[in-house]
Write a protein that binds this ligand. Structure first.
Ligand SMILES: [Zn+2]
Length: 196
């Protein structure tokens, strides 16, 4: 999906933060587990982390990226700042940042203790959301829209796992390991429940 904001690039080099190696590995795991299914050539989902606590900038997967196990540096973009009112994202990297960059930005801003946001798609989790008491957004909103950001912020509170209605999940963590493991745990639990 195309981005619904304008990106202003401060430079066109991929980010070099060492922790990108860990994000690469999570992209590979999510792909292998089917948590970021490929649709029309790109993966549905976007993963980010905040390299520096207390700072709202973050590293996120590029828009229309196809996840795999050996992603190169240019698959990642550093978002420095978002201006939701003017729909502008300030970033550095070779590719456009994920269409959900505004959503990641607003969550990091609301939740200083959260340093990783992993968004994926899993039908089994969506189906089990109510049974497992997972918070679900009030209504469906288009991918990448300001309305979607509002719907998520309405239910964000101090939750670490939420569902965007008819869309997908967002796993939050103090670090990438906790966000990734949480998503995998929910995925496995819902798949097992489904088989029963
Ligand atoms: Zn999605």
């Amino acid at each position: 999906m195309r981005v619904s904001f304008k990106t202003i690039f401060t430079d066109r080099h991929p980010p070099t933060e060492p922790a990108i190696a860990e994000l690469k590995s999570w992209c590979g795991s999510f792909h292998d587990l089917g948590l970021t299914p490929v649709y029309e050539g790109s993966s549905l989902g976007n993963l980010s982390f905040r390299p520096e606590e207390g700072n709202d900038s973050f590293i996120i997967t590029a828009s229309q990226l196809k996840f795999k196990n050996d992603l190169t540096e240019d698959a990642f973009v550093k978002v420095h700042l978002c201006d939701p009112d003017r729909a502008i994202v300030h970033a550095s990297g070779t590719l456009e940042p994920s269409s959900e960059s505004m959503l990641h930005f607003e969550i990091y801003r609301e939740r200083p203790e959260i340093n990783a946001i992993f968004h994926g798609h899993c039908d089994a989790i969506l189906e089990r959301a109510e049974a497992l008491n997972i918070p679900v957004t009030r209504e469906e909103a288009p991918f990448g829209s300001a309305a979607l950001v509002r719907r998520v912020l309405e239910i964000l509170d101090d939750n670490i796992f939420i569902i965007m209605r008819n869309h997908g999940f967002i796993a939050l963590g103090h670090d990438m390991k906790s966000a990734g493991k949480l998503a995998i745990r929910m995925h496995e639990k819902c798949r097992i429940d489904k088989r029963r």
